[in-house]
Each structure stands twice: as C-alpha cells, then as structure tokens.
Design a protein around this ligand. Sequence first.
Ligand SMILES: C=C(OP(=O)(O)O)C(=O)O
Ligand SMILES: [Mg+2]
Length: 574
Amino acid sequence: MSLGGADDPGAPTVLHGLGVGRGVVVAPLAVLRPAHQAPADEPPADDAEAAAQQVVEAFAQVAAALSDQAARATGALAEVLTATAAIAGDAAVAAEAARRVRAGTGPATAVTEAVEGFVAMFTAAGGYLAERVTDLRSVRDRVVARLLGVPEPGLGALSVPSVVAGVDLAPADTAALDLAFVVGLVTEEGGPTGHTAIIAGQLGLPCLVRTPGITAVPDGTVVALDAAAGQVLVDPPADVRARLQQRADAERELARDTAPGATADGHRIDLLANIGTAADADRAAATPVAGSGLFRTEVLFLGRQTAPTLAEQTEVYGSVLRAFGDRKVVVRTLDAGADKPLAFATQADEENPALGVRGYRLVRTLPDLLGTQLAALGAVAAGLDEADRDHLWVMAPMVATPAEARDFATRARAAGITRVGVMVEVPAAALRAREILAEVDFVSLGTNDLAQYTMATDRLRGELADLLDPWQPAVLDLVAATARAGVDLGKPVGVCGESAADPLMALVLTGLGITSLSMSPAAVPAARYAVRRHTLAQCRAIADAALAAGSAPEARAAALALTASEVRTTLTLG
Ligand SMILES: C=C(OP(=O)(O)O)C(=O)O
Ligand SMILES: [Mg+2]
C-alpha cells in the first residue's frame, strides 16, 4: 500500500511503532492528558492565607470527585479510586501543603513538596504505605491541576468508540478504561511484551507501543491503527480507510474457521487462549479454542493489600474451569515480582527485581501464598469428576532448576493436582529441559521472559526490541532444545509467550515439535489459518531454515521464503 511521501502533500502523516498482534481499526483518538508540573519559578501567593485555604479546598474537591467516581465504579477500579480518595481527604497532607504556602512557597510547589515529604515517609515505612505512593502522586497531580486551572490528568469520559493514546498506560489507567468505548491502544513508551501489550492482547484490542508523536496528535482526530504494519495513519483519506476496513473484514472472515488446530496433513497442534480473569475465560471460551494454555492468576492478586482468601480463589478458579467445560485450562501459580509487583510479596530493597525473588522463588520467603493457591486448586479438582480433573493443568512460573520443578510437583500433587508442569522461561531451564521434564508432566515456554533473560534485555524497554526479538537465533536455539526434550520424552511442550501469536512463528514452532500454542484469542484465527495451509514436513523445513539463520531478521526472512504465498498475502506477512 502506498501512503505517499513528502512529494505527496495529500498523504496522511504516518507514525511508526511496534505492533502488538495484527489488528487494524479506524477510529477517533482519545489522548490521555499528561500531568502538569508546578512551574519551576512559581512566586509566593500575594495573599498567603487565602492561597493556603485554596490549597485545602483543592484537596477536598479532589477527594470528593474521587469518591464520586469510586461510587460509580466496580471491582478493582472502585478499590483503587476509594484508596486514592482517602489519601486526598487525609488532613495531614493538605495541612502540610497549607503550612508551606503560609511560609511563602508558591501553592503548586507547596503541594508538590508536601507530597514528596509524605512519599519519602511512606517509602521508608515500606509494605502497605509504600504501595500508596502511586496514589499520593496521583492526588498531587489532580490538586496541582486544579490550582493551575488546567484539566486533570487522565482520560475524559468517552462517548464514541476511540483509540486511546498515552505516553504509557499504568495498570491503574488500564483498569480505568471504559471497554465499551476503547477499540485500540497506542503508547509512546512501553515494550512489546509489557503490561499494555499483554492487556491489549487479552482484550483483543489492536495495539501499538513505542510510537513517538502519538500524544501530540489532537484529541478527536481520526486515526487508522494498523498493528501488523506497525503504524498509525493520522486522518487517512477515504480510500485508505476503505482498504483497511476490508482487511478488518477479511480477518473477521478467518475467525469463522472453527476447525481444531492442525497442519494440512492432520498433525494436531492445540490452539489455546491466554487469560487473566474469569471474564477473560468467558470471552475466550466462546471462541473456537482448545482451552486455555495460560491463566495468569496474578491478575487476581494485583492492586490488593492482602492475598485473596482460599474461598475467593476457589470460587474464581472454579468458574474459569467451568467456563471451559471439557477443554483444558493451564493454571499458572502466582507470578509476582519484577513487572508484576504486589504490595505483600515484593521485596522493597531488590536492586534487580527481574533477577530476584519472583515467580516460583517466592516459595522461599512466603510459602503460604503458594500453599493457599494450591489448596484452592486442589479443592476445585476435588469437585470435578475424574475425567474432568485431567483438564486442570497447573504450572509454576520462573523455575530454573530440576530441583525446583521436583519441589513444585511434590507440593502440587500433594494438593490433589494430577497434571503438573513448569514454565521454561529462563535459559537455565531450557538448557536442562530434559531433566526438568523428567520431574513434571509438561512444560510451557514463556518466550517473553526467555527472550528477556537470554538476550539480557529488559522486556519493558522497547528501545531494545531488536534484541528482545523471539526470532533471535539464541532464543530459537533454546526453544528448539526444549521442544526436542519433549519429543524425546513424549511429553507436551507448549508455548504461551507472545511469540506464539505470530503466525509465521507458529509454523516454526509446529515444525520444532511444540504441541500447543497459547495466545490472545484474537490472534488464534491467523495462527490456525497459517498452520492449516502447511504440512508437518513443510513446517519442519521452515523451522530448519529459521534455525540455520545468523540473525533475527534473517531467520524471519528464511521462514517467510518457505511459507505458502497465499498465507503471506492473506496475512500481509511481507
Ligand atoms: C508467558 C510468559 O509469562 P509472562 O508474560 O506473564 O511473564 C512469558 O514470560 O513468556
Ligand atoms: Mg514470564
């Protein structure tokens, strides 16, 4: 598709980013407003007493507005808003800011300094209070906005389906999105396997991360977000909109195919959904997937001050299992730490949390967290009849050694789980996949973390996306070694990282002997289509070509060269 260039004054502006998934959507943009800072040289107020009163009132107004929003919200969002309202209504913070105003500091600066004082105190106190620092800063930004007479940060109420854009989306921003009106996400920062990307995948929203310039596009401008092409067209002309709409329609057509995942010659590869909540399970179970290959249970724990109770966990896990009926569900035990911090499970003093006590390692410091979770899953298993019990698969994240795999298997089996596995997402586990598989019934490759740890590249930092690429030969080698161990031992090896959602990679993985691919439900139709148009022998040839390449772009190009031309065209693979 030609989009014109500098010599074509009618061409739309094109912004480039990293596409998450392959979706396309045309809709007006809704830009998250950034927070305004206090002016660097803010003068003292002329009437310090009146200004101090204004500051106290601004805190009260923010508290009232947040309580009002909390009353209209539900679930985790209501909890977040209530906690933030309580901080805004805390007299001590407002009083400290007012004291500074009376002492001659400019009002917005006084609020900023007062809040920073409390931030330092909360951080030093650790635990629950440290977790409230984000709320404190959010209150600061709202109060400062009122004092400066500018709009509060965040998103106004949406009234039409919109593509939401921001510098980045914090978990609280995502929780606050009104999903009835959000049809796409674009961020300036963030990485392809970070928080925003995963949420977008789960919700089936077309998404682009690392897209510089998107927040400068005026609110309300119509944009065409094309995740497969990694670009946003600003105010595209009618013919371009029509072409993209055609593509969206073609993707919907692919989604009508409900055949089980298999190659053209009938070699079975299960296509599964990644989920994080019971609502995700309901949505995914309504699509033709063979089950869930990754239920990220930490979503139930995020943003809370204490772990959910045994009864609550039993209820949620039970409803996820019920949603999928006789299809399998791979439940992953709590993966807290690093990019998924929890108030009650994250060590405050870790300098490198990605290398710290995260994932399964938490069993060393907080064994009860896993104990309660396994007890809840055991209770769900006990309530199933024998045939259905086999559909409950349970795996631990961030396992590095066969001893850890054995330890987890012992605990899970004691709790009554019959299908026990671990994730392979650190190179140590991939290199020792054979020994690890000897301890458990299955493994699942988490290629997001495997790429992060193999390439020593923070998965949240998109500027190193070329290194984080799952097509990197070193990452492919580790995936191939793990798959080979599974084939030799006759045990299932799945892939549940974002790379499973790339239809070209799906061919490579099938050729390597991977037995299931788990991805956002929106990505399944393209993977199904690609796999169904190749034989197992062709997939093996594609895998061999990718493995023989010397770099990530060469590996992708080598795989593409052997891919059926109709698949290349229909999926616009390049
Ligand atoms: C599936 C994975 O787990 P998460 O993205 O939740 O860390 C992975 O690391 O690839
Ligand atoms: Mg992981």
